[in-house]
Ligand binder design. Structure first.
Ligand SMILES: Nc1ncnc2c1ncn2[C@@H]1O[C@H](COP(=O)(O)OP(=O)(O)O)[C@@H](O)[C@H]1O
Ligand SMILES: [Mg+2]
Length: 294
């Protein structure tokens, strides 16, 4: 019996993960841990002949998992999950789907944008980044309109607003002020198509998203296309820039002139086969972990 830890939301994905670890040659037991509980579970035990990651769970007590999948996106980066990922970094052979380095980068929008900016061939969205909202207010920075303001590191369109006028900007500042969160202000990009390049192992899909409003998160229609060479090259570069995670998604748009503009790379993308139009997506990720466990 092998025991797998999934750091994520059991209510959202419990059935899907349990299903794909069922009926395998080996028996797998899947445990979920919420990121807010990680303060109880990140334990390292060093003995003379053993250096294992141990965790504690309520009913099982103290035990060493055989593998781990990190599924916690859309987080407010906090003092609990970052030290846990740092701890995982010190177990380079511990079976995980993507390495903790990629999760650490993607947990924070500023870090993710810096990582992507390290490759000049990635056409990252023009932006100004502020480490805290307080600094943004104190700096009296004034953007050009239209612009897009992104607060914190949330996904699914959360904490993002398009601003067209001074009035809207000042209203928004009044909400941002007490938050003490990182803020990114981007040029508003006019585009022809919104794309999500999903990668799992060596496979890449280009998901075209049509939507209501200005954000891809209020969906009208979805379909998958075969990615072009240019898309494959961008995916490879973006992946490398964050430490080569085994799966993820690159969000970008294609402009009228055919050029691209990249918004973000996501290390824990939605895997729902209906939403991403990729069959067996959970199974493909589980297969990668099983292969690593050996
Ligand atoms: N600067 C921008 N200009 C135009 N549209 C944008 C911009 N930033 C984001 N969007 C739209 O909003 C969607 C969500 O933004 P994204 O940065 O990918 O954050 P999330 O993590 O919420 O998905 C994008 O897929 C795109 O449709
Ligand atoms: Mg996105």
């Amino acid at each position: 019996m092998k025991r797998i830890i999934i750091v994520g939301d059991e209510r959202a994905e419990g059935n899907q993960w349990r299903e794909v670890f069922r009926n395998r040659d080996e028996k797998y037991q899947v445990f979920f841990v919420e990121v807010s509980k990680l303060c109880d579970v990140g334990v390292r035990r060093r003995k003379k002949e053993e250096d294992n990651l141990y965790i504690t769970t309520k009913t099982e007590g103290f035990w060493a998992p055989d593998g781990l999948i990190w599924r916690w996106g859309a987080v407010k980066p906090n003092w609990i999950h970052e030290p846990f990922l740092e701890l995982l970094k010190s177990f380079p052979k511990f079976p995980m789907v993507s390495r903790p380095e990629a999760h650490l980068i993607c947990a924070n929008r500023l870090r993710m944008l810096s990582a992507l900016s390290s490759d000049p061939e990635i056409p990252i969205v023009p932006h100004v980044a502020f480490v805290t909202s307080r600094f943004l207010i104190e700096s009296r920075y004034k953007p050009e309109y239209p612009c897009v303001v992104k607060i914190g590191s949330f996904h699914q369109g959360l904490m993002k607003a398009k601003v067209d006028s001074d009035d809207q900007w000042h209203d928004l500042l009044s909400f941002i002020f007490p938050l003490e969160m990182p803020v990114v202000i981007e040029d508003f990009i006019k585009f022809k198509r919104d794309l999500r390049l999903i990668f799992i192992g060596d496979e890449v899909w280009s998901l075209v998203r049509e939507f209501e409003g200005w954000k891809a998160n209020r969906l009208k229609r979805l379909y998958v296309e075969k990615p072009t060479e240019k898309m494959l090259d961008l995916t490879k570069r973006a992946r490398e820039a964050i430490g080569n995670p085994e799966y993820g998604a690159l969000d970008l748009v294609e402009k009228d002139d055919g050029s691209f503009c990249v918004f973000e790379i996501n290390d824990t993308p939605d895997l729902d086969p209906d939403t991403i139009q990729v069959e067996d997506s959970y199974r493909k990720v589980a297969d990668m972990l099983i292969k690593k466990i050996g």
